[in-house]
Design a protein around this ligand. Structure first.
Ligand SMILES: C[C@](O)(CO)[C@H](O)COP(=O)(O)OP(=O)(O)OC[C@H]1O[C@@H](n2ccc(N)nc2=O)[C@H](O)[C@@H]1O
Ligand SMILES: Nc1ncnc2c1ncn2[C@@H]1O[C@H](COP(=O)(O)OP(=O)(O)OP(=O)(O)O)[C@@H](O)[C@H]1O
Length: 301
C-alpha cells in the first residue's frame, strides 16, 4: 500500500437519555442510553506509510490540547497500538490531533478520537469494524459508539451494544456549556445507587418516547433524562450553578451530558440557539452553538 493522508472528524456526543439499570460483577454498570453525535468535535490528520515495523507518532494541538499528554497513555495512541497488534498489520502511523472537545466533560472526547481512528483504520485496511467492538469497549465504554457512522444510536450493555436509529425529521440545535471543571466518570459511578425497579421502569418509558419521537417524527425533547445528574449536581457547585443559570436565562430542555460536566440545551431554531449561546458568553460562560450531527452517509439528510 502507498502512503495515505486522511482527515478524520471526531464528533463529540451528548446523551439524550441515560438510566443505569444494574451493577455488574466487574464493577461496571449496565445502562440504557441514547447517544447523539454533534457537529462539534476534534480533528485528526492521519498519515499511514508502509513499514515492516509499527511506529506510532502522536502530536496534539488545539484549545484543549494542554489537558492531555501525547504519550502511550493517550487513548488515540492505545487505539492505534491495539489495532496493529490485533490485526498483525504494521505501518508507520503519524497522528496529529486537534483537541477542541474539553476533557472530563461528558462529551466523550477521548472515546471519539479513539473510535473514529479505529473506524478509519478499518476502512483503509478493509477490516470488518464489528470485529473491533470488544477491543474498543476495553479502551472505554463509549469507544464502540464511534466505530459506527450513524449519528444517533441506542446504547445498552455498558454502552457497547449499539442500535442505530433511523431518524425521521430534522434534529435540534444544541448549546453546550462547559463549566470549566473536570468530572471523573469513575467517581460518579462509585457514588451511584441503582434505582428501584419502579423508578427504572418509569424512566424507561421516557426512553421509549424519545425513540418513538426520533424515528416517527413526534416531539421528544421534553423527555430527555440523565440519572447521573443526581450524583453530580449535589456534589459539583459549578455544574449545579450552570444548570440554574441556563434555567434563569430562559432555556428549555436542559440536561447534563453523560457523567458531566457539560450541560446542554436543545433549540428548534438556529437563531434562538445562537442568541442563547451569546447570553451565556455575556455572563462569562464557555458556550458553543452546534447541532446534532447529520452523519456521513445518512440518506435522510
Ligand atoms: C457515562 C457515560 O459517559 C455515558 O455515555 C459513559 O458510559 C462513560 O464511558 P467512558 O468514559 O468511556 O467510561 P470508561 O472510561 O470505560 O470508565 C470509567 C469508569 O466509569 C465506570 N463505568 C463506566 C461505564 C459504565 N457503563 N459503567 C461504569 O461503572 C467505571 O468505574 C469505569 O472505571
Ligand atoms: N485523546 C484523548 N482525549 C481526551 N481525553 C483523553 C485522551 N486520551 C486519554 N484521555 C483521558 O481520558 C479521560 C476522559 O476523557 P474524556 O474527555 O473522553 O472524558 P469524558 O468526555 O468525560 O468522557 P465520557 O463522556 O465518555 O465520560 C481524561 O481524564 C483524559 O486524561
Amino acid at each position: 500500500m502507498n502512503e495515505a493522508s486522511l482527515k478524520i472528524f471526531c464528533p463529540a456526543k451528548i446523551n439524550l437519555f441515560l438510566e443505569i439499570v444494574s451493577k455488574l460483577p466487574n464493577g461496571y454498570h449496565e445502562l440504557q442510553t441514547i447517544f447523539a453525535k454533534l457537529d462539534f468535535g476534534d480533528n485528526i490528520l492521519l498519515t499511514l506509510s508502509p513499514s515492516d515495523k509499527t511506529e506510532i507518532n502522536l502530536k496534539i494541538t488545539g484549545p484543549y490540547g494542554h489537558a492531555i499528554t501525547a504519550d502511550a497513555d493517550n487513548l488515540v495512541y492505545k487505539a492505534a497500538q491495539r489495532f496493529f497488534e490485533f490485526t498483525g498489520i504494521s505501518a508507520k502511523c503519524d497522528i496529529s490531533l486537534e483537541k477542541n472537545i474539553p476533557t472530563g466533560a461528558g462529551l466523550g472526547g477521548g472515546s471519539s478520537d479513539a473510535g473514529c481512528l479505529l473506524r478509519t483504520f478499518c476502512n483503509h485496511y478493509k477490516t470488518d469494524f464489528t470485529m473491533l467492538v470488544p477491543l474498543a469497549a476495553k479502551l472505554g465504554a463509549d469507544v464502540a459508539l464511534f466505530l459506527y457512522d450513524e449519528p444517533v444510536l441506542k446504547g445498552e450493555g455498558i454502552g457497547e451494544k449499539l442500535t442505530p436509529l433511523k431518524i425521521k425529521d430534522a434534529l435540534p440545535y444544541v448549546v453546550l456549556s462547559y463549566p470549566d471543571t473536570h468530572i471523573s466518570t469513575k467517581d460518579v459511578f462509585d457514588r451511584l445507587k441503582v434505582g428501584s425497579k419502579e423508578e427504572i421502569l418509569t424512566n424507561l418509558a421516557k426512553l421509549d418516547k424519545i425513540i418513538a419521537g426520533l424515528t416517527e417524527g413526534s416531539a421528544w425533547e421534553k423527555y430527555i433524562y440523565n440519572r447521573l445528574e443526581d450524583y453530580v449536581l449535589p456534589f459539583s457547585k459549578p455544574v449545579l450553578e450552570l444548570k440554574k443559570l441556563m434555567q434563569t436565562l430562559g432555556a428549555k430542555n436542559i440536561m447534563m451530558s453523560g457523567s458531566g460536566s457539560t450541560v446542554f440545551s436543545l433549540f428548534d431554531s438556529s437563531s434562538d440557539a445562537c442568541a442563547f449561546a451569546e447570553k451565556l458568553i455575556n455572563r462569562g460562560c464557555v458556550a458553543v452553538k452546534t447541532q446534532l450531527w447529520r452523519g456521513l452517509y445518512n440518506e435522510n439528510y
